[in-house]
Design a protein. Structure first.
Length: 260
């Protein structure tokens, strides 16, 4: 089971391995937040794996650790394993409330995936890692993994990244400030409805009846700026876009292009 709308590669990878996916929809009338009671009622013995993107792409919503514990308890009852993709976790304003790593000490049905491509702006390194307390799963991974998963340059870069506290703090401060600015600006616009973001991006609904996501995409491209046309995400249509937060000058320019 996958929460939708979300990153399309989850369903694709499952399909390539011969699996079948079902979606639990998040709704705009609930600001794409998770209705925990209703969601857990849909978990059953037919499900082998639950995939959660936290913060979720493209909605920028979060599941806090208290609710994640409840989800894990219900999944345990139905023998469901839980994969939590925390690719954007470092951007969250309430990291300690959202971070699921402490749960790996108490639950053996969870694995957390993280990477460096977003927060540290280094997609070319292909440096990611997983966290789990399940010794059997670790043994299984070690048995089948490629023996050269991380190259020496990525290892060196990773050591530098995670110890660069100055960069980490400056990035958190920048994203926090620009996230608040962009959300306020679009909230005051009659053309758009932004959804409260928790990551380095924000989902925005287009209220202008004569405007579509593809038209806005083309408008931005002409100004050498790129947004995400969200019409291809499950449960979204051509009235949704996703923008990422950049430096102040670029954010102001993007907002001017969107609201012209």
């Amino acid at each position: 089971m996958i929460l939708g709308p979300t990153y399309s590669e989850y369903e694709r990878e499952i399909s390539l391995e011969g699996g079948r996916s079902s979606y639990y929809p998040l709704h705009s009338h609930n600001d794409f937040g998770l209705d925990l009671e209703d969601f857990t009622s849909h978990l059953n013995d037919e499900i082998d794996l639950l995939i959660l993107c936290n913060p979720n792409n493209p909605t920028s919503t979060c599941i806090n650790r208290k609710d994640m514990r409840i989800i894990l308890d219900v999944c345990k009852q139905h023998d469901i394993y839980v994969m939590v993709d925390e690719t954007y976790i470092e951007f969250t304003p309430n990291y300690e409330e959202v971070n699921s790593v402490p749960l790996t000490a108490y639950y053996n049905n969870i694995i957390i995936l993280r990477g460096t491509s977003k927060f540290f702006a280094s997609p070319g390194l292909r440096l990611g890692y997983a966290i789990t307390g399940n010794a059997d799963l670790l043994s299984h991974i070690n048995q089948y993994k490629n023996p050269w998963m991380i190259n020496s340059l990525a290892e060196i870069a990773g050591r530098i990244m995670f110890s660069d506290t100055d960069y980490i703090q400056k990035t958190k401060d920048l994203i926090s400030k620009e996230r608040e600015f962009c959300y306020k600006e679009l909230s005051n616009s009659k053309q758009f409805e932004p959804f409260l973001p928790n990551a380095n991006f924000m989902l925005v609904k287009i209220l202008d009846e004569g405007l579509t996501s593809s038209q806005l995409f083309d408008r931005c491209i002409k100004e050498k700026m790129m947004i995400r046309d969200c019409s291809t995400f499950p449960f979204l249509d051509d009235k949704f876009i996703r923008i990422c937060f950049m430096n102040p000058e670029d954010n102001k320019r993007l907002l001017q292009v969107l609201m012209q």
